[in-house]
Ligand binder design. Sequence first.
Ligand code: HEC
Length: 144
Amino acid sequence: MKKIWLAGFAVLAMGAATMALAQGDVIAARRAGLKRMGDFMTAMKPVADAHAPGTQFVGTIEEMIAFYQGLPARFPAGSGTGDTKALPTIWSDPVGFNAAAAGVVEKLQALRVAAAGGDGAAFEAAWKAVGPACGTCHRTYRAR
Ligand code: HEC
């Protein structure tokens, strides 16, 4: 009886360890993705600052739209501890968190239209509107 209990405990402990590992992967993957998005914004900055058309960024912006549409799914329950700056507010206020993600998607869709249109002034204005939308989420849902 004792042996069976111990075996059961070992399986449970292994399961917990596997789950912790899996959450670590989820956190590393979402952080790498967010870093990539930050790098994209940085790459567009000199073009926006020069009021140049951002036609070459249409594909990049489409990748960003897809990433932010899928962002909420990158924060499964249990992925708030470990090597992460995700705040518990993500899971206590999922409606607000999803709305903040949707807000960025909306700004990126406008940026995509501006980039495809080839008008430098429109690209600059639309690019400048994205950063504040990122900040709206970071202020409430990301630790400093
Ligand atoms: C819906 C919320 C939300 C939106 C919108 C959002 N972020 Fe974040 N961002 C986060 C959270 C939460 C973290 C912390 C993730 C972690 O540490 O697990 C983060 C982390 C980051 C990081 C750090 C990644 C790393 O190296 O650890 C960068 C860079 C970043 N975001 C850029 C951006 C940019 C650029 C935008 C807008 C285009 C944006 N984010 C929009 C929530 C958001």
